[in-house]
Write a protein that binds this ligand. Structure first.
Ligand code: GLY
Ligand code: MN
Ligand code: MN
Length: 453
């Protein structure tokens, strides 16, 4: 618990006397008596751990308050008694108050004085705005911006406690990927793989950090449907991460050959993607600009596509024209933490340091991070190559790029569909450390491992 106090101290030190209120959100209803699984707001988890639905956290005048809805007898009958208030108060060195008294406290300090952040849950967002006497879309004034920037500064640089949590989420993610790989058999279903992976998480009281992507349609970057029958000769792209019991995320992508062996074309594309991954990882250290890591990936992927005969020209010209982006239309990665795209609820405040803004160029517009790297940051490296029909069959693109894309060669590789390779890395003083180690990154190693299934 000392780590929560220390995080709050670091936050408050940046804000001087600005009072802060954060909402944890309520359970979202799917219909009046059934809810979706509850997960609190990440900023609240960061500062106070996992609090019950409906909790509000205030920081003011050196005092930490937690406002909660009392558990009624009826709630206890249906869902259990919940954590006792005295346990919570001791855990958090906070005073606990009934939610019904929150508006009085807000008004006593002055509704207009508080800084806050938007909440994903619309009910909590409305409640918060009413308390603060704001309109529902009013987050983002000067006080909120100061709070957002201060929280980003805290969450960006992981403390030992959060690094431990990210290691545990990484470890669970690795174990799940190994279980998934072992479940791959032609004739079985993508859902069988999902079930094997979920079993690993559920046994550890964990869940997923985002909707699983387990698909033979690897060219669909975030294909949500899991349900096809596994085909010999196909690749199965698995982008899957654990959220550990404390709420911290992992995010790994592997692309496995269903048959246990890559075809010549699959292997050729896979080797380019993993080369880009290794070269990017070799660049990681404090002071390096993440955009440069992205551009290095673009260069290697472009050179690889030239070796395959798909692209023609020079690497720099092709990149200048965004030709590579038809095959690599996303960024090289993103921040990781309590959220899989950490702190993206704050827009680009976390991902882009002051003075930098997201490019509008195709491909680069999906780069979620452009900061100079600092020790303690955690991020992903996830190059990929894709053969996306909507881009490759677009008549305008085909004619504009006919001088530098060999459309016949594209047909040779179209069946590869999509390959992505992703791991999570902690920036250390001298470089980086993989937080998701123990999975093969080499085609021959993958084939050897899959032969033991
Ligand atoms: N799974 C989402 C991502 O890799 O960014
Ligand atoms: Mn990712
Ligand atoms: Mn991912």
């Amino acid at each position: 618990m000392a780590c929560y106090a220390e995080r709050r101290r670091r936050l408050i030190a940046q804000l001087s006397d600005l009072p802060v209120i954060l909402a944890n959100g309520w359970e979202r209803l799917r219909n009046p008596s059934n809810t979706f699984n509850f997960r609190g707001e990440s900023h609240v988890i960061y500062l106070a751990g996992q609090l019950p639905p409906g909790a509000f956290l205030t920081l003011h005048n050196g005092e930490v308050r937690i406002y909660l809805e009392p558990v009624s007898v009826e709630d206890a009958v249906w869902s259990g008694p919940g954590e006792s208030w005295s346990v919570l108060a001791n855990l958090h060195e906070a005073s606990l108050h009934p939610l019904s008294e929150l508006s009085e406290y807000i008004a006593a300090v002055g509704a207009e004085k508080w800084a806050s952040l938007p909440v994903q849950d619309p009910r909590a967002q409305n409640y918060l705005c009413q308390l603060l006497k704001r309109t529902p879309d009013c987050h983002g004034d000067e006080r909120d911006r100061r709070l957002a920037e201060a929280l980003v500064e805290c969450r960006l640089i992981n403390d030992n406690f959060s690094i431990g949590e990210l290691r545990s989420a990484g470890y669970l993610s690795v174990e799940a990927h190994l279980a998934g790989m072992r479940a791959i058999r032609a004739g079985k279903d993508e859902c069988d793989v999902l079930a094997a992976m979920m079993r690993v998480l559920n046994r550890a009281g964990a869940s997923v950090s985002f909707a699983p992507i387990i698909t033979m349609s690897g060219e669909r970057l975030h294909q949500p449907h899991v349900g096809g029958t596994l085909q010999d000769g196909a690749l199965l792209l698995i982008d899957f991460g654990a959220e550990n019991a404390a709420g911290w995320a992992g995010d790994i992508t592997n692309t496995w050959p269903v048959a246990g062996k890559f075809t010549r074309e699959q292997r050729a594309v896979f080797d380019i993607v993993t080369k880009a991954y290794h070269e990017c990882v070799a660049m990681l250290k404090p002071g390096v600009r993440y955009l440069d890591v992205h551009m290095r990936a673009a260069e290697i992927l472009t050179a690889g596509l030239m070796d395959l005969g798909i692209l023609r020209g020079t690497v720099s010209e092709l990149i200048e024209r965004d030709a590579h982006a038809f095959f690599f239309p996303h960024g090289i990665g993103h921040l990781m933490g309590l959220d899989v795209h950490d702190m993206e609820d704050l827009g680009d405040i976390a991902g882009y340091q002051k003075g930098r803004a997201r490019s509008k160029r195709f491909g680069l517009n999906c780069l979620r991070l452009d900061r100079d790297l600092r020790e303690g940051m955690v991020l992903t490296i996830e190059p990929g190559l894709y053969f996306i029909p909507e881009l490759l069959d677009d008549p305008q693109i085909r004619s504009s790029y006919s001088d530098c894309i060999d459309w016949e060669k594209v047909e040779l590789y179209r069946g590869v569909r999509g390959i992505r390779f992703e791991r999570d890395h902690l920036i250390t003083a001298g470089g980086s450390e993989c937080l998701t180690p123990g999975l093969p990154a080499d085609a021959a190693e993958i084939e050897a491992l899959m032969a033991q299934r």
